[in-house]
Design a protein around this ligand. Structure first.
Ligand code: IMP
Length: 195
């Protein structure tokens, strides 16, 4: 039987990416009717821990959470931790439009960030951070989600919206965070069933 971890997200795209990155783990996501804690942290680490700690406590199980977003250099790092709520509508399309409209044609480099938090049933915790640099461009591609279509990566000569899920899982910010996570002592405890 695969070791089971609760992934504190209702975002199916994130869950699919995580399941692809951790094929030997049973990644269970939250039901849609679960009320998520308000993301009051001012860092990705703070928000990832807030989500993972809350559910580890109430469900008494191993919990993973991902807090992620886009930091645009010409916008002083915005939308950053407010990436999900950048536009008033809060949809992926409206968020992307707001980045492009706010930049108003100014070229800008940017960083895609993913912070993973792992919390054990007794509250032991670790966070890891993965980052990819790119530039903001007009939307291209139908793959991915969120800001992927407007995030162009030089080494790929494509936006994240133009790469297949397999390609994205080889080099994404989330892949880099998971790579570090599986090297941590707490991850080994999770696999061993110790805490
Ligand atoms: P949160 O981590 O659930 O708070 O979501 C952060 C925001 O960043 C949401 O608007 C997501 O759509 C976006 N986002 C998260 N991960 C990615 C990604 O891998 N690519 C593009 N956008 C993402």
């Amino acid at each position: 039987m695969k070791p089971k971890v609760l992934f504190a997200t209702q975002n199916k795209h994130k869950r699919d990416e995580l399941a692809r990155l951790l094929p030997t783990i049973d990644v269970v996501m939250l039901d849609n009717d679960v009320i998520m804690p308000e993301e009051t942290g001012v860092t990705f680490e703070g928000n990832a821990l807030l989500k993972a700690r809350g559910f580890a406590q109430t469900r008494e199980m191993w919990v993973l959470a991902d807090d992620s977003g886009l930091e645009v250099d010409a916008l002083d790092g915005a939308p950053g931790v407010y990436s999900a709520r950048y536009s008033s509508e809060g949809t992926d399309e409206a968020n992307r439009q707001k980045v492009l409209q706010t930049l108003n044609g100014t070229p800008s480099s940017a960083t895609m960030v993913s912070v993973m938090a792992l919390v054990s049933p007794t509250g032991n915790q670790v966070t890891t951070r993965g980052q990819v640099r790119g530039t903001i461009t007009t939307a291209r591609g139908d793959y991915g989600f969120g800001y992927d279509p407007i995030f162009y990566v030089d080494s790929l000569k494509k936006t994240f919206g133009e790469v297949t899920p397999e390609e994205k899982s080889r080099l994404s910010h989330r892949a880099l965070a998971v790579k570090q996570l599986i090297d941590t002592p707490l991850w080994r405890n999770f696999l061993n069933g110790t805490d």
